[in-house]
Design a protein around this ligand. Structure first.
Ligand SMILES: [Fe+2]
Length: 361
């Protein structure tokens, strides 16, 4: 039984690693060489960098860190080390060719797979394989953001489940805010969890003031009502940081929205414009006392009914300078999966390595 469990654990680690790579490559497939470099923009790394970086990260922690192996690509630290090389340089590197980059990350993956197939994974192995796979998954998310932001063609997603974006709805659901009384809650991971990110260490009590928050994510219909009501020009509907963001970005509506000559709203999805789909959920909430902590506490992506919103259009946009409808707004969400601060010179998506929880650090 014990051997079986260990094999199953190894299989799960390999599945995660291989799945992450398959998604990554599929997202890159079809991009021209020019598109692989992209455009210089804040947090929109060149896809060619993304491609090499995920391999570099995997190699760093699996073969270089765990086994003390040398890198397969001398000089790679000077390009792909997101902690020590400014992202501002990412359009200036002398990159290996696309073919060379693909070969590099494939060799790294092959070595990672061979390594795991040749032994029983330790807790440390499990930690760093999970770290590498999840890191690559995060960069897949970032690649999607890049493709969307730069208006590239919709990638082919063979592993995409359309049902995942259309959760069951409750047709008679009544939109409402819910009041959260506030109190103290435990933020972060506890040391007994098998895998944690560095910025989740460790659980500590946080006091949250009472607030209210929408019980469901905002739909395009909800948000269109706000836009049509002049919400972007009504100072009284914004908090200070949100208003500063709106003025700085000169935002008048979600960045991928455009009003057609026929007066209807359209939305760009990758390189195609289409009529705004009202039932689509923006993965965020508006709330009268929303805080980042509160959003994490209450959750922001619950299923909600589609259809015409009854929500008042004068709802205050999200606080903290994060625009409502974060998936569609002018400023790409810098960190969609963590709230830890990131310096501007580093990759905001890269988790710093941390010792496995089992090591007690
Ligand atoms: Fe990264």
């Amino acid at each position: 039984m014990g051997t079986y469990r260990l094999h199953a654990a190894a299989d799960r680690l390999l599945d995660a690693l291989l799945d992450a790579r398959a998604v990554e490559l599929e997202l890159l497939d079809g991009l021209s060489d020019t598109q692989m470099l992209g455009e210089r923009a804040h947090f929109l790394e060149p896809p060619i960098w993304e491609m090499g970086h995920v391999g570099w990260f995997q190699e760093l922690w699996l073969s270089r860190h765990l086994d003390g192996e040398a890198t397969l690509l001398p000089g790679s630290d000077g390009i792909y080390d997101s902690f020590n090389v400014s992202y501002r340089q990412r359009w200036d590197h002398r990159y290996p060719s696309r073919k060379q980059t693909a070969e590099y990350i494939s060799k790294v993956l092959r070595r990672s797979v061979d390594r795991l197939e040749s032994r029983t994974p330790t807790a440390e192995d499990a930690y760093f394989y999970t770290l590498a796979a999840q890191h690559e998954d995060m960069h897949a998310e970032n690649l999607i953001l890049i493709l969307q932001s730069l208006g590239y063609a919709r990638p082919h997603w063979s592993r995409f489940d359309p049902a995942a974006t259309s959760p069951p709805v409750v047709s008679d659901y009544q939109l409402r805010d819910v009041a959260v009384p506030g109190g103290t809650f435990l933020l972060g991971a506890s040391p007994d969890e098998p895998f944690v990110f560095d910025n989740e260490k460790w659980a500590h009590p946080v006091v949250v003031a009472p607030f209210s928050i929408a019980s469901t994510p905002v739909t395009n219909a909800d948000f269109q009502a706000f836009v049509d009501d002049g919400g972007y020009r009504r100072r009284e509907l914004w908090d200070r940081r949100g208003w500063d963001w709106r003025r700085r970005e000169q935002a008048e509506h979600p960045v991928f929205w455009a009003r057609g000559d026929d007066g209807r709203w359209y939305e760009r999805s990758f390189d195609a414009m289409a009529t705004l789909r009202h039932g689509i959920r923006s993965c965020t909430s508006t709330g009268t006392r929303r805080t980042r902590t509160a959003a994490g506490l209450a959750g922001a992506c619950q299923p909600r009914p589609s259809g015409r919103s009854q929500r008042p259009s004068s709802r205050r946009p999200a606080a903290s300078g994060v625009s409502p409808g974060a998936t569609t707004h002018r400023r790409p969400p810098a960190r969609t999966w963590t709230s830890a601060p990131a310096g501007p010179s580093t990759c905001a998506r890269c988790p710093r390595a941390t010792a496995p929880p089992a090591a007690g650090k």
